[in-house]
Design a protein around this ligand. Structure first.
Ligand code: HDE
Length: 758
């Protein structure tokens, strides 16, 4: 309460400042446009005939920095890596006068072997494909930067963590199982790989969005991947774990159960790459400038919070927009909603037993609850540019868990050690030879003098005659660096031991942390997990595989097992293992907080005959909040006074949007014919276009916020939704509706709308 004149004045000033800020945001909002146009300039209707230089890339795009293969700055513009000049040429730069006809002996005659242009063009096309990654084939990348907070000096001497040091980065997100063309929203783990081009050389943090892994020893990687990939005989199913071989393996190899439960949880179907956490998974060893070491686990914390889609949305999106996640990333960056993550560490004393609070830090199927070891932020990652060329950058980028810089070292995690071998090995085949570190996206930003020579596709032009050490002919160069600036393995003592193919007894506990994860979930999240297990196991043909997995669930939680068994129509077995009780780790749940909304999508359903006055206000307010509004109308083009339409009732589907605004009650439009669009259903004589009714009811079912004003309320009524229902906003005008809608969206979903069986 304001009760003194001074306070009154101060309150008035702050209110005025708020109003100014709001107005400024609105103006900013009005300048924004919907992302996604394919080119940096709108094309002309006629084929252009006036020769010109190549168009510049779109404003949101960047190419790798123009470095030499050996890391020197070239000072050339980044688009110097692209095509040059206004004329069509051969690969040798010789101008061509046409490319529409091959050289023939007469108009109807055979094609001549001497047609070099034809041969070059077709030869290159024939070899455009390279092997896709054996895992993580489907992915999308972006450029950005990392800025250190400067609070890591006590534990880590890496230069890129120092205060305000800005390091360029390239990040690639991915799914694991599917092929390069598979859908984005499948239930799977996501890769989160970051290349830091630091002044001390390149550092790669090659992590996932799940903090634990299926296996404790890298020698099992081919087994888990063979089990998860499509069956080798018919090559189905694509990009999913809902099949016999996957559940056959994980039910027998029970150390996979922890990772599997994360996959069955909402973490397996993220809303966006931008709303995923990232984890280094393994424990790493950091050292400071005095040589003191600390064991750590790396975390990426998204500024937008951790959010997921529902399973029904995931399945629908696989058809409606299989590129949903990559589109979301590109569009958000183009819309100026640059995604951010904080890099953080959990720290543990580097004691000889390498455990923390009884948790074996070398066992990658275990996490350390954040309540026991809080995540300490070390710096901020911002992704602010899309690649200019997918193949050159996202496809050719080559990460490696062994790309380390001084201050960061590996531990003896047996999963990590197999990775140290694997990445170089696979890249040799995938990128066609040993020189892939010279591909522009992989070029270090630090001087390279490696004495590696020749090989396929050598890009460097090495001078000198003595690529060996010691030498005197090249003046002794290159020299050993002092241990102050070089990468030095942490001098860890390896205890005298006998060679064994075995694991420590501490690796035998496969269930206690799975129980902890289950106990940490809210009732809604638990329902989703029950549903996911039931769905996946019901897709298995073999009853014994279902039975075996039910046994694993019984050991995790009898209630979970009973509910899944019920769905499968099978008896729930009793537990056959004694598993320690597990306190929940609240940090593992996605519910209970509110988050920024940058780059989210909101549909505005408009009725050309209705009141359009609020639509522009709503659009402006949404743009100002960093959200992309998409106008959905009966037909394409424009509605009313030049309001541009992005989706029609025929093309829009609720799953593309985070929330829905209804600015009218459009009657069925002429193309709402069951014969033409099955989405129309049978009732095409209703008061509301049936496709809009479907959009609203789906958004309702997926617990999304819905707002309406004017005759929009009639549309709600037509779908049986009441303005007083959970998560429904009805107000006088578009701006007021948006204001209330944004508050609801901050919690991501109207969680209480989901029923639970608890
Ligand atoms: Fe990978 N992994 N991995 N992996 N991994 C690859 O390398 C491998 C593991 C991860 O966007 C491959 O260049 C083995 C854990 C990501 O380009 C390959 C083992 C984690 C990416 C490979 C693991 C990861 C890969 C395939 C068990 C999380 C995509 C293509 C010892 C910490 C990087 C390639 C990108 C890619 C091997 C386990 C993350 C075959 C042998 C654990 C994010 O080398």
């Amino acid at each position: 309460m304001v009760d003194k004149p001074g306070e009154f004045a101060a309150a008035a000033v702050s209110k005025a400042a708020e109003a100014v800020e709001k107005a400024a945001k609105m103006v900013e909002g009005m300048k924004r446009s919907v992302p996604g146009a394919p080119s940096s300039r709108p094309p002309s209707l006629e084929e252009p005939t006036e020769p010109r230089e190549p168009l510049p890339p779109k404003k949101d795009q960047s190419s790798p920095e123009t470095r030499t293969p050996t890391g020197a700055e070239t000072r050339a513009a980044r688009d110097a890596l692209g095509q040059q000049g206004e004329w069509l040429t051969t690969s040798q730069g010789v101008r061509l006068y046409e490319t529409d006809h091959s050289l023939k002996a007469g108009e109807r005659g055979p094609t001549l072997l001497q047609d070099h242009h034809l041969r070059e063009k077709v030869m290159h096309f024939d070899h455009e494909r390279i092997p896709e990654r054996v895992v993580h084939a489907r992915g999308a990348g972006a450029h950005g930067s990392f800025i250190g907070y400067g609070n890591a000096d006590d534990v880590c001497k890496a230069a890129f963590l120092r205060k305000d040091v800005e390091t360029p980065v390239f990040v690639r997100f991915s799914t694991v199982v599917g092929s390069r063309g598979s859908a984005d929203t499948v239930r799977d783990t996501r890769g989160f790989a970051t290349k830091f081009y630091t002044e001390e050389g390149t550092y790669d943090l090659v992590g996932n969005n799940i903090p634990v892994f299926f296996i404790q020893d890298g020698i099992k990687f081919p087994d888990i991947v063979h089990a998860a990939k499509p069956h080798p005989d018919r090559e189905i199913p694509q990009a999913q774990s809902a099949h016999d071989t996957f559940w056959d393996f994980v039910s027998l190899h029970t150390e996979a159960q922890h990772h599997t439960m994360w996959n069955m949880s909402d973490r397996g179907i993220p809303r966006s790459y931008r709303t995923m956490e990232g984890f280094g998974v393994h424990t790493f060893r950091l050292s400071n400038s005095d040589g003191a070491t600390t064991l750590v686990k790396f975390h990426w914390k998204p500024k937008l919070g951790v959010h997921s889609i529902t399973w029904e949305e995931a399945q629908m999106l696989s058809g409606v927009d299989p590129d949903f996640h990559r589109r979301d990333l590109y569009d958000a960056i183009e819309a100026g909603a640059h995604p951010q993550w904080e890099l953080g560490i959990q720290t543990f004393p580097d004691v000889p037993e390498q455990t923390f609070e009884g948790i074996d830090l070398l066992d990658p199927t275990k996490l350390v609850p954040e309540e026991l070891a809080p995540v300490q932020p070390l710096g901020l990652l911002t992704l602010d540019a899309n690649p200019t060329n997918f193949f050159a950058e996202s496809e050719q980028v080559a990460f490696h868990a062994g790309h380390l810089v001084p201050g960061i070292d590996v531990t003896d995690d047996p999963l990590l050690h197999a990775r140290l071998f694997s990445y170089l090995d696979t890249q040799l085949t995938r990128l066609g030879g040993p020189n892939f570190s010279q591909i522009p996206i992989n070029r270090p930003h630090a001087p390279v003098n490696d004495m590696l020579r020749d090989g396929f596709m050598q890009q460097g032009v090495h001078s000198g005659v003595a690529p060996y050490r010691p030498n005197s002919l090249d003046g002794g160069c290159p020299f050993h660096a002092g241990t102050d600036s070089a990468f030095v393995e942490a001098p860890v003592t390896v205890p005298a031991a006998t060679k064994v193919r075995d694991a420590p007894a501490s690796f035998d506990d496969h269930f206690s942390q799975v129980r902890m994860f289950w106990n940490s979930m809210s009732p809604v999240e638990q329902e989703h997990i029950i549903n996911a297990y039931t769905f996946e196991l019901a897709k298995c043909y073999e009853p014994v595989i279902r039975e075996r997995q039910l046994q694993a669930l019984a050991n995790i939680d009898p209630g979970l097992c009973a509910k899944v068994a019920e769905g499968l129509g099978m008896p729930a077995p009793p537990a056959d293992l004694k598993v320690a009780s597990a306190d929940p780790s609240p940090a593992l749940s996605q519910l209970g907080q509110t988050w920024p909304l940058d780059g989210r999508m909101v549909a505005i359903v408009v009725d050309a005959e209705g009141d359009l006055s609020g639509v522009n206000d709503a659009r402006t307010a949404l743009f100002a909040a960093g959200i992309v509004p998409l106008v959905v109308a009966a037909h394409g083009g424009t509605v009313g006074d030049g309001i541009e339409v992005q989706r029609t009732f025929g093309t829009a589907r609720s799953v593309e949007f985070d929330a829905v605004l209804i600015a009218g009650c459009p009657a069925p439009s002429p193309d709402a014919l069951t014969a033409r669009d099955a989405k129309s259903g049978a009732d095409t004589n209703a008061a509301l276009d049936p496709r809009v009714a479907l959009l609203i009811t789906e958004a309702w079912r997926h617990a999304k916020a819905i707002g309406a004003w004017g005759t929009g309320s009639d549309a709600l009524t037509a779908t049986g939704i009441d303005a007083s229902d959970l998560g429904i906003v009805a107000a006088e005008n578009g701006s007021d509706v948006v204001e209330a809608l944004l508050v609801l969206m901050g919690a991501h979903r109207v969680w209480d709308r989901f029923a639970t069986s608890a």
